[in-house]
Design a protein around this ligand. Structure first.
Ligand SMILES: Cc1cc2nc3c(=O)[nH]c(=O)nc-3n(C[C@H](O)[C@H](O)[C@H](O)COP(=O)(O)OP(=O)(O)OC[C@H]3O[C@@H](n4cnc5c(N)ncnc54)[C@H](O)[C@@H]3O)c2cc1C
Length: 488
């Protein structure tokens, strides 16, 4: 039985581990941190439970497909509820839009704000659905080796949508800023500003409004635990507190991984750690890319986050809420154009204990806050505190309740923590942006060009950042690795 070492225990690594074990390999995962899950780790404190990374469970079909590949169902491992409303976007006090499950209601909401926009929403979502199916049925599962992978009858018929941006498509038909930002928001998950994202990616709007936002009971970490359980059932061994120091190579063949100065021999290595860091585990001559390459890449944002325990239940908010009560474009520009701290940041809040009572003690609320930021910023305690106060003040005013005096405890998490905890290049949170020039075959390659048995997976390679996409990345890499290893 061939032995495979997998670096990291994020979604991509767990997915790759399951598929490799299913193909008959003897698989071991090495994770540097104390707990598994990577960016999707969970923090528990005084009866409160916080997902430290992803909180939006989107594209449920991808999770279903993953478990179905192992003759399982998601319901064998966790329970899901669809959120209605999925989230609320606040533009000011008494000015918000709820994204509801009923699409007729959404059309009416649009129409009331701007005549004609309800009709546009209907046709836009139709286009989004077509693109979603085109992407999911074929393109997204391809390894990014050749431009030809992008060519299917569906994509050829939509070629203009790779040239036009999503922002142009929306702004041509809609003038109301609130509706524009509501429709542009989902592609921010792809890690670039809507003015740089091809219109084809409107399939994210299908994921958002049509497929919906779901909540796994117990939080997103329940999915990590479920995948780890499946991996263990398939025979995968998982070692935490085990940072890999080096990938040892002889004659263009990876011999194994160095841990505590000792070589552990393997027949292949797959790394789900950040691509840039993985390259540093290799001698210079074996790296796919140099520093100059990375410095020219557009990275997806980092983030300033707060995990807060409140001593009461909150009102006038939802499980997920977005605070777009400041200048959207000005904040996005500080992330992608000027790389500086935003003056008046947009922010996201999540109170999962509104839906899931087990995530906070009775009568209390679990609060997660996130400000997207340019990667590479220097963060200090003072800066974090300044933004926390700003967030609390604005939310107090908009949702008309006291918050600051109800904080039992808080923990902040920012750029330097991403670097330290995940070896993330410039402390990025979401990996590499999906701009046109960083899509599919233009992304960092999933296989090492010089080492025959060394592969990469995760949010810096195909298909890109996000939980569903990194699960897909694990599948793609396992298929490619198996093909190559079978011929060695
Ligand atoms: C704050 C935040 C919010 C997000 N929100 C959402 C959301 O709502 N919905 C969504 O779909 N996506 C969301 N995402 C994106 C999604 O969480 C990520 O794309 C995905 O979890 C990345 O998985 P990964 O396997 O590529 O990498 P990671 O999760 O980073 O896993 C890499 C692992 O490698 C380990 N590692 C690094 N170096 C070494 C080493 N030398 N030896 C051993 N181990 C090592 C790290 O510790 C880590 O565990 C969010 C991300 C963040 C950060």
């Amino acid at each position: 039985m061939k032995k495979v070492a997998i670096i990291g225990s994020g979604f991509s690594s767990l997915s790759a581990a399951c598929y490799m074990a299913q193909k008959g390999y003897n698989v071991t995962i090495f994770e540097k941190n104390e707990t598994i899950g990577g960016r999707a780790r969970q923090w528990k404190h005084d009866g409160f439970t916080f997902d430290m990374g992803p909180t939006f469970y989107w594209m449920p079909d991808v999770f279903d497909k993953f478990f179905a590949d192992f003759n399982k169902k998601t319901s064998d491992y966790y329970q899901l509820s669809r959120l209605d409303p999925a989230y609320e976007v606040f533009f000011n006090k008494n000015d918000s839009i709820k994204v509801e499950v009923d699409l007729n209601k959404m059309q009416n909401t649009f129409e009331k704000i701007e005549p004609g926009s309800g009709k546009f929403l209907k046709s836009f979502l139709k286009m989004a659905e077509f693109n979603y199916n085109a992407a999911m049925n074929k393109v997204i599962y391809r390894p990014g080796k050749s431009p030809l992978e992008l060519i299917t009858p569906a994509t050829i018929s939509r070629i203009g949508q790779f040239i036009r941006t999503i922002s142009q498509t929306i702004r041509r038909k809609i003038k109301d800023k609130r509706l524009i930002h509501l429709l542009e928001f989902p592609v921010i998950f792809l890690g670039a500003k809507p003015q740089k994202i091809p219109a084809f990616y409107c399939f994210m709007n299908h994921a958002d409004m049509t497929l919906g936002t779901w909540h796994p009971h117990g939080g997103m970490y329940k999915v990590i635990e479920s995948m780890a359980n499946l991996a263990t059932e398939l025979g995968v061994k998982i070692k935490t507190n085990t940072p890999v120091e080096k990938i040892t190579v002889e004659n263009n063949i990876a011999k194994g991984v160095l841990i505590n100065g000792i070589l552990h021999k393997y027949d292949a290595v797959i790394s789900g750690a950040d691509y840039h860091h993985t390259e540093f585990l290799l001698e210079k001559q074996f790296r796919n890319y140099n520093e100059k390459y990375w410095s020219k890449k557009t990275f997806a944002p980092s983030a300033l986050m707060f995990f807060v325990g409140f001593d009461k239940k909150l009102k006038n908010t939802q499980h997920h809420a977005l605070f777009f009560d400041t200048d959207f474009d000005a904040h996005i520009s500080t992330i992608y154009d000027t790389a500086e701290w935003p003056e008046n940041p947009l922010f996201y809040s999540s109170f999962p204990s509104i839906t899931d009572k087990y995530l906070a003690p009775e009568g209390k609320e679990t609060g997660i806050f996130l400000i997207p930021l340019a990667p590479g910023l220097t963060d200090t305690e003072e800066i974090r505190e300044k933004y926390f106060n700003q967030l609390m003040d604005r939310m107090e005013q908009i949702t008309e309740q006291s918050l600051k005096k109800n904080v039992l405890f808080k923990k902040s998490y920012c750029v330097s923590d991403f670097s330290k905890d995940y070896n993330a290049y410039k402390g990025n949170a979401y990996g590499l942006a999906n701009t046109l020039l960083q899509t599919a075959f233009l992304k960092p390659k999933i296989e090492n060009k010089k080492i025959k048995n060394m592969f990469y997976t995760g949010q810096l390679t195909v298909p890109g950042p996000g939980v569903p996409t990194t699960i897909i990345s694990g599948k793609i890499v396992a298929e490619l690795a198996h093909k190559k290893l079978s011929s060695l």
